[in-house]
Design a protein around this ligand. Sequence first.
Ligand code: TRP
Length: 338
Amino acid sequence: MADEAKKRVFSGIQPTGKITLGNYLGAIRNWLPLQQQYDCLFCVVDLHSLTVAQVPAELRKNTLDLVALYIACGIDPAKSNLFIQSHVHEHTELAWILDTVAYVGELNRMTQFKDKSRRHADNINMGLMNYPVLMASDILLYQTDLVPVGKDQVQHVELTRDLAERFNARYSDTFVVPQCLVSKAGSSIKSLQDPSAKMSKSDPNENAVITLSDDADAIRRKLRRAVTDSDSGPNCVRHGEDKAAVSNLLNIYTLCAGVSIDEAERKFEGKGYGVFKDAVADAVISVVQPIQAEQKRLLADKAYLECVLRQGAENATHIAQKTLSKVYRKVGLIPKIR
Ligand code: TRP
């Protein structure tokens, strides 16, 4: 049972498309140590996925794949709450209340909304604009203290803080005002084809992205094709501002092989890009393959996954109900007669 003195952590990933090596190194892997110290909730945010067109059968598959992947990566359901967002209906109910304190102007200014509106110009639905309010609801529903996210989500967490403070000011103290936890390690794994862009699952160029479902051959092929920098010579494998592409590969290597940048630079002194890229591939494969094997094993064990999801939703609902009834009371709604 949750220890009241522990700080609470909430984070989530959308079950859309393939989870990338960037998601793993930049997000999921950084969550693992948090489990020892905090009361953690890790969520598969399926409702958020609906803001862009989904094929229902694929969404269902991606959702279960991601649940299994969380566990395969080391999220321990005995320590953390692992659940699916749509299993706890309080998320959408609180989102409605938060909608009434969120301003159209501030949602309209969100970078990701503007970005996605550009990319999905034929489907700028209300959900897309409302996305950050649902995210705020995810976070505030659990009185979250810390939200581990990548840089691209900081603006959404700031909006969450604004909404919490605004609600608290209007209706008296109700929500914990959360803080971002932006980790440095791996938080900015870049595209293999363009080191100025983040490695993103929505990248149309599949050579740019390593996914956690790629097999060894695909990983090796993509790394061999990865762009490097224009210089070659004995010291071409080094970290540096002028070496964006190689620095990115070095980051991937050090995170997967568990060595420091210095050690890696020394190891590849006098070596060319070909040898280096193969070593990066070996390191990535050695990380990804055991995760894939474990994910496959878990997906075959339906009873276990169902048990995790039932328990996760139950625990989450317990906390969520408390917050939501407090909120309903504060805004002047009459409690349901029982
Ligand atoms: N918007 C986040 C992303 O795309 C996913 C997300 C939804 C989330 N709700 C959240 C992350 C709550 C942290 C906390 O990465």
